[in-house]
Design a protein. Structure first.
Length: 630
């Protein structure tokens, strides 16, 4: 059943490994720094043993702003985050990087500073001896290994709950439901579809999907369902594909007063979230100082020369190790015994501290962005699964086009929704957009079933003087050679004329609202583009625009993928593609456009070349809807 997935996972792994090698061999140091995959030069800060007895070292980025960018703009954005693998290098006399063979793991990362865990003390001494050192992202095989092991485990499962869930998800095996109580639990603060979803989460014995289109309160519903389940169960597990998504749902649950244990540090951890991590709870235990002293004594013993390690040495170390294991076991049991929610990424469910731990219910948030294989890492931890997300928005990341075409991107949530439509509960009332903005997305992606809540249905920034959905057609002829060019990194495209139009459109709309009102009401804006090169160009234009300078904190510029789950008052979308052939690249993935057009509360301005885009039925109907509204 899983042979194809195993093959595609291996192919994706090989493809990503080859791409990593190609990047390391062909890209210059400056380009890797600009793309956020490398820091140079760096300085090593303090080293110490963390609460899990792992040797870690602090890394400080002493690099400057990339060439062509003003130093005041600070360090470039980076892609280092918790759990990623990194390698270190030094520059030779010719400026070529020489890589160390040690692979380390990021424990914590923020702007300009991170902490990495080292394999051993010898690695630290080698790193400290590097001249003109730097650090770069390394190809990480860990997640691929975990997904492969998970698929093999579920494929071989026989006669247990894991085998039952596998067959229910992938065959015609029936779902099982509990009976409805005579008086089902009521949640007057939820709408009817949210109430039904929570009630059926309580009834589901195998799996249920909470399908949450943009702005429908998926997180609210999921939090309420978790709270209700915990009235009936001791503990639950909450997972998501990314650290960011786990942190968000964890914070919402913690705000409801639940004891959350966050396994794995959040990406850019706040003090508030740090308090919930396993490491912080472990360190806060009253027995931890005693454990720390025992570990210190063990390290002191091992610092003695080998020739002096007699029988007494071995007896002492054995006693100390036994005592350390006893204390670790006691602290770990206490930490887990005091929590109600264990939260981690899907890959984080394989963390050693969760070995042997089990609960009845597993919640997987943002399940539509997770590869099926990743979900199977966490599923053995529970007896039933609640999937939440929206498979009409961004799919999982699959880098190999052949694997994507072969179906690797098809999620477990999609499979279950197709095979077991009775398991899906669609949330139907959205609280973000006015009716006009919502309607096209509802009609195209959700069968016209969404409704705008009365509180947002008719809202507008400029009342009756405004049109909520606008398409600015840039150019009457297809602009191929002069305005649409490959970016210098060769992996993304940009459209200079369209970028200028987009900034001008923002400029004009702020004037139309009035600068005083935009400042006073803190009206916020998003400029979105599917292409990274266009995003970089738009950021540069925004920084150079004197009129927009007072509003920079109110304007966010980023890719579509980065805006998933976010919202702004006004959204401008730069489409980029303009050519004679109607080629639209991955704009053909309509789920990405569903994300883009559903981020706004009040107004969406699409800036794009209609003649190119409207050869596709989706964009043709969207363009027609914009003109009809206007």
């Amino acid at each position: 059943m899983f042979e194809k997935q195993l093959f595609l996972i291996k192919e994706e792994q090989e493809y990503e490994r080859a791409e990593f090698r190609k990047e390391m061999e062909t890209q210059g140091l400056r380009r890797r720094i600009k793309r956020g995959n490398c820091w140079w030069p760096i300085k090593f800060g303090r080293s110490y043993y963390n609460s899990l007895d792992r040797l870690v070292v602090e890394i400080l980025n002493e690099g400057e702003a990339p060439q062509g960018e003003h130093p005041a703009e600070g360090l470039p954005e980076h892609n280092f985050e918790y759990g990623k693998s990194v390698c270190f290098f030094s520059l030779d006399s010719d400026g070529r990087p020489r890589f160390s063979d040690a692979v380390c793991i990021v424990s914590y990362a923020e702007e300009g500073r991170m902490v990495v865990s080292l394999p051993n003390e010898g690695t630290l001494s080698r790193l400290l001896s590097l001249e003109r050192p730097g650090v770069a992202l390394h190809f990480d095989e860990t997640t691929y290994r975990l997904m492969t092991e998970a698929l093999l485990r579920v494929e071989k499962a026989r006669g247990n709950r894991l085998a039952e869930l596998r067959d229910i998800f992938h065959t015609d095996a029936p779902l099982h439901w509990g009976s409805r109580p005579n008086i089902p639990p009521q949640f007057p603060w939820l709408n009817a579809s949210q109430q039904e979803a929570v009630q059926d989460v309580l009834r589901a014995k195998d799996v249920i999907i909470v399908h949450g289109p943009p702005g429908t309160g998926k997180t609210t519903t999921l939090v309420e369902a978790t709270c209700e389940v915990l009235r009936r169960e001791e503990q639950v597990m909450v997972c998501a594909q990314s650290n960011t998504a786990v942190d968000w749902i964890s914070k919402q649950l913690a705000d409801r007063g639940l004891q959350v244990l966050r396994v794995g540090n959040p990406t850019r951890v706040t003090d508030e979230m740090l308090a919930y991590t396993y490491e912080r709870r472990f360190e806060a235990h009253p027995d931890y100082p005693q454990l720390w002293q025992v570990r210190h004594d063990i390290r002191q013993l091992y610092s003695t020369p080998h020739k002096n390690r007699n029988n007494s040495f071995h007896q002492k170390t054995a006693r100390l190790r036994e005592r350390a294991e006893e204390l670790e076991f006691r602290i770990r049991n206490d930490v887990f015994g005091q929590c109600r929610v264990v939260a981690s990424t899907l890959a984080g469910a394989a963390h050693p501290v969760l070995s042997g731990w089990h609960c009845h219910t597993l919640f997987i948030d943002e399940a539509a962005q997770a590869l099926e294989a990743a979900c199977w890492i966490a599923i053995p931890k529970a007896d039933r699964v609640v999937l939440a997300g929206d498979h009409c928005q961004l799919p999982p990341t699959v880098k190999n086009p052949a694997c994507l075409k072969a179906g690797l991107g098809k999620t477990l949530m999609e499979t279950i929704a197709e095979r077991k439509p009775e398991a899906v509960r669609l949330l139907k009332v959205q609280y973000r957009m006015n009716e006009t903005l919502m309607r096209f997305s509802s009609d195209w992606f959700y069968g016209g079933e969404l409704q705008a809540a009365t509180t947002v249905r008719d809202r507008s920034i400029l009342e009756y003087l405004d049109t909520p959905l606008v398409w600015i057609n840039v150019g009457g002829e297809a602009e191929t050679d002069e305005n649409v060019k490959e970016d210098r990194d060769g992996e993304s495209i940009l459209n200079r004329e369209e970028a200028a139009y987009t900034i001008a459109a923002l400029h004009l709309y702020i004037e139309k609202i009035s600068t005083q009102r935009v400042k006073a009401e803190r009206i916020d804006f998003a400029i979105i583009s599917p292409y990274k090169a266009q995003v970089r160009l738009l950021r540069q234009l925004l920084k150079r625009d004197n009129f927009l300078k007072p509003f920079r904190r109110q304007v966010t510029v980023n890719t579509v993928d980065a805006f998933q789950g976010q919202e702004r008052d006004v959204v401008l979308i730069s489409m980029v593609r303009a050519n004679d052939h109607g080629t639209i690249g991955f704009l053909g993935d309509l789920r990405r456009m569903n994300v883009a057009i559903t981020r706004a509360r009040y107004k969406v301005i699409i800036v794009g070349h209609a003649e190119t885009l409207c050869r596709h039925r989706f964009y043709r109907e969207l363009y027609s809807r914009c003109h009809h509204i206007g």
